[in-house]
Write a protein that binds this ligand. Structure first.
Ligand code: MN
Length: 307
């Protein structure tokens, strides 16, 4: 149903249909990832700007980790389903991350970190998700920071158990930092249906980690990203086999962002400059103390004379 505006095109009465797309397959370090965000039609969803579904690796596989690399202008949000990794950063943090725990690193004006295999090595495989959240203008030039949250609140919703990684659900609030209106949920859906209440002013992305789910009646499986626009009061989920999915929502972001390599900025000049500074060993990125080799910045793909 649409109604005609006084002049101009018809205005939809409610939210548009769910959009579903295939994630882009790539390799980070030695791990297969399926990149649900950014997508050409959805660069940001709320402030969420990057979603890499990592693995799963075989239980006996040993991930090699990711050597020291820089970030600017974003939070990294790391959440594991299986396996473990050692986070080390230029703030002096050294933190093993295990399933059910959240690492949240704020880059601000500059940070560097490494994700190292643990002494336990394989024996747990590797399966998880690496998310980035764009920082707003108000905080993106601020200091870096790191948080580890060993436990997070859970909410029962019919056939689902939702863990609140960021933001709030049904009165349960995550202790994790957020600089904009944002929610991040890990939803484990048993066989059957659940109504997930959502903030109507938020847009949402969905990333299915395991199983298969119907969202508002539309099937979504691992390897796909999905988008639900603002105007909804709930997402109707159901599954015949059970599913695990991430629901990432927020108020539409304040501006367009420029993402290149590991940087989120507003202009090509500033992200290109960050890459040059990393390669020059600039102080803004500090030193992780990791034994792994630093990853050098590539050259920007665009023509520098046309910045
Ligand atoms: Mn990183």
């Amino acid at each position: 149903m649409t109604r005609a505006a006084a002049d101009g095109p018809p205005v939809p009465d409610g939210p548009g249909p769910l959009e579903v797309w295939a994630s882009r397959e790539t390799v980070v370090g030695d791990t297969r990832v399926r990149r649900a965000l950014p997508h050409r039609s959805r660069r940001t969803v709320g402030a969420w700007c990057f979603a890499d579904h990592m693995g799963p690796l075989a239980p006996d596989a040993t991930p090699t980790g990711i050597g020291p690399h820089p970030h600017t202008g974003l939070h990294t949000v790391t959440w594991l389903v299986e396996g473990e990794m050692l986070h080390r950063d230029s703030l002096g943090s050294e933190q093993i991350l295990r399933p059910g725990q959240l690492n949240l690193m704020t880059a601000g004006q500059g940070v560097s970190h490494a994700e190292e295999p643990t002494a336990r090595g394989g024996g747990g495989g590797m399966h998880g998700i690496q998310l980035w959240v764009a920082q707003p203008e108000a905080t993106r030039h601020g200091p870096p920071a790191f948080e580890h949250h060993p436990s997070l609140p859970g909410v029962e919703l019919g056939s689902a158990l939702a863990t609140v990684l960021v933001g709030t659900l049904d009165g349960a609030a995550s202790p994790a930092r957020r600089d904009t209106d944002l929610v991040g949920l890990d939803v484990r859906l048993r066989r059957g249906a659940a109504e997930l209440p959502v903030e109507p002013s938020f847009e949402h992305a969905l990333v299915v980690l395991e199983g298969g789910v119907r969202v508002d009646g539309r099937p979504v499986v691992p390897g796909e990203g999905a988008y639900a626009g603002p105007g909804r009061h709930q997402l109707d989920l159901d599954s015949t086999e059970g599913a695990r999915l991430l629901v990432l929502g927020g108020a539409p972001f304040e501006s367009a962002v420029v993402m290149w390599w590991n940087f989120v900025g507003r202009t090509r000049q500033e992200v290109a400059e960050a890459g040059r500074q990393w390669n020059d060993g600039a102080d803004r990125f500090g030193d992780t103390g990791s034994p792994m080799a630093r990853i050098p910045s590539p050259r920007p793909p665009w023509d520098p004379s046309r910045l």
